[in-house]
Design a protein around this ligand. Structure first.
Ligand code: ADP
Ligand code: CIR
Length: 356
């Protein structure tokens, strides 16, 4: 009965998608042939269906991607759909490719992107990690959320030096405190409709929270889109130092807990855009001349494999001319190469702005 209901809901949603003018990668790659091949399939352990993968993109026709993996097995069971989407987003990572081993690289080659503090307001590097033995959001029980949070609270108590800080669970924060932290770009927002439709916000706010060091330059998000988001950020453009701090954090956590990693996809994440290195290195940057024409900014960014987001993150608009510009691909290249791609592109953008 469950499968018949799923099948009907899926058929209806697929029809709406095909008739829409959605620009998502989901619409581009979910052909009738692939749809027919996958619509009866389920993952072996968690019994996730095609509907579980695509419901966010089908409910939000303005999605850029439109698909999430409800559990790690979904990447292989629904490979005929995930593979072309992954290849498109990560620019040529084909089913024959494998993600390289972890390589943080030589940090001394990463520079201050804006030593005169003319353009860059702040820089942030984040990575995502899933904890081995747990599924992704849509398949997690309330106990899973509580267990992961408890495990992390214990680990946080052992962080020292620059990483030393405090864990704040959402359940013990006022709305006002949360809003303040969101406005200041530290905390994840609540009620993301893309995540909600993907069933990633169940039992909210249970198990969700943020760890922050004293000066809020090192942060860890717990149980938002991924089990962990490990973040380093500070004002200015000192990319090398910001990256170094994130690496220290990752290494400290890794001593206490195992992360899910696959030979083909590297570190596993809920959204296929984050697979591999999972790294997004971003600058909050003001380039008024270059961005006087948004299309021109987008074109320059694309040429350098960068992505432009708004001031409050993905799916938001630019405020007061501030853009969030980051590396787009994270899979099929090393951690260092992802950082270098961001550095080279941002330096080029600054050079262009200077010359205008
Ligand atoms: P993610 O980086 O986790 O993919 P978002 O695009 O939603 O997700 O961004 C999360 C938050 O991080 C948002 O508040 C965003 O404004 C903030 N942010 C991203 N890059 C920077 C930066 N360079 N400086 C300050 N805040 C940033
Ligand atoms: C979309 O398709 O636009 C959303 N599902 C977000 C996709 C990529 N972002 C992400 O992983 N945070």
């Amino acid at each position: 009965c469950h499968l018949i209901c799923v099948s009907k809901a899926l058929d209806d949603a697929y029809k709406r998608l095909t008739q829409s003018d959605s620009k998502s990668l989901l619409k581009k790659y979910l052909t009738q042939e692939i749809y027919d091949e996958l619509k009866q399939k389920q993952t072996p352990t968690f019994k996730s269906t095609l509907l579980d993968c695509v419901q966010s993109g089908m409910m939000n026709l303005d999605s850029g991607i439109g698909i999430y993996a409800p559990d790690p097995e979904a990447y292989s069971v629904f490979a005929p759909l995930f593979d072309p989407i992954i290849e498109d987003y990560h620019m040529g990572f084909t089913p024959q490719n494998s993600h390289p081993p972890l390589n943080w690289g030589n940090l001394n080659t990463l520079v201050n992107l804006d030593p005169q503090n003319k353009y860059i307001i702040s820089t942030r590097v984040r990575c995502g990690r899933s904890i081995e033995g747990y599924p992704f959001n849509p398949c997690m029980s309330e106990d899973h959320y509580i267990e992961i949070e408890k495990k992390m609270e214990n680990i946080f108590q052992g962080l020292s030096g620059e990483l030393e800080g405090t864990y704040r669970p959402l359940t013990k924060m006022t709305k006002c405190e949360q809003e303040r932290l969101i406005d200041d770009h530290y905390l994840f927002k609540e009620g993301d409709r893309f995540l909600k439709a993907a069933k990633a916000c169940r039992f909210w706010p249970t198990g969700r929270g943020i760890y922050m060091n004293k000066n809020k330059t090192f942060l860890i998000w717990v149980n938002e889109e991924d089990h962990l988001r490990i973040i380093s950020m500070e004002p200015g453009g000192n990319l090398g130092d910001i990256y170094r701090r994130m690496i220290e954090g990752v290494k400290a956590i890794e001593q206490q807990v195992s992360f899910s990693r696959s030979d083909r996809f590297g570190y596993l994440t809920f959204c296929p855009t984050n697979l591999g290195t999972t790294i997004r290195a971003s600058a909050h940057i003001k380039v008024p001349k270059l961005s006087s024409d948004k299309e021109k900014l987008e074109a320059v960014a694309e040429k350098h494999h960068l992505q432009v987001r708004g001031t409050r993150g993905e799916h938001t608009e630019s405020e007061e001319g501030v853009y969030d510009i980051s590396n787009k691909r994270r899979l099929g290249l090393t951690e260092y190469e992802a950082l270098k791609e961001m550095q080279d592109g941002i330096l080029e953008i600054i050079k262009m702005e200077d010359s205008l």
